[in-house]
Design a protein around this ligand. Structure first.
Ligand SMILES: Cc1cc2nc3c(=O)[nH]c(=O)nc-3n(C[C@H](O)[C@H](O)[C@H](O)COP(=O)(O)O)c2cc1C
Length: 148
């Protein structure tokens, strides 16, 4: 199985930590949206789309990338992953776009990430130390389940 992770992690690298753990299980590269084309994606069986949550949304670079996927242009499996200071709002709209692109959405993984956005950042941030070892273990197990 050929897997690819597309990840935007601009604040503290929290989501990248999750991506790296998943990548080690899936034996997959981790790239940014600008590094791949739709034609590239067609050669993967499994694609993970990951981002931190910023102002209640995944990063615009990932949103724009997903929105630009041609309808029915792909046919592999997909999942969404990320980190956020608080439990994220639903990613169902994003998942619907992936489905529209022809991908079969097989899951979602989120955990907390050290949040230094204002006002939390003024006091050292919220959820310090996250993702922690337990979060990364959960990410590892999520990826292992995708291999099964
Ligand atoms: C500008 C900014 C806005 C944020 N907005 C939210 C938010 O709306 N909801 C939330 O749960 N976390 C929010 N966070 C926290 C991030 O989602 C969290 O720190 C995440 O782990 C960042 O991922 P990254 O290090 O991969 O960029 C925000 C962080 C920043 C820097």
């Amino acid at each position: 199985m050929k897997a690819l992770l597309i990840c935007v992690s601009v604040s503290r690298g929290n989501t990248r930590k999750v991506a790296d753990v998943m990548a080690s299980v899936l034996d997959s590269p981790v790239v940014e949206p600008e590094d791949v084309t739709v034609e590239d994606l067609a050669s993967y069986d499994l694609i993970g789309f990951g981002s931190g949550i910023y102002n209640q949304r995944v990063h615009a670079r990932l949103r724009d990338f997903i929105a630009a996927l041609p309808e029915g242009g792909l046919n592999g499996r997909a999942f969404v992953f990320g980190t956020s200071g608080f439990p994220p709002l639903t990613t169902k709209p994003l998942q619907r776009q992936l489905t529209r692109a022809g991908l079969t959405v097989v899951g979602e993984f989120f955990c907390r990430g050290h949040d230094t956005s204002p006002p939390f950042g003024w006091f050292g941030g919220a959820k310090r130390g996250r993702p922690d070892a337990d979060d990364l273990q959960a990410a590892r197990e999520f990826a292992q389940a995708l291999l099964a």
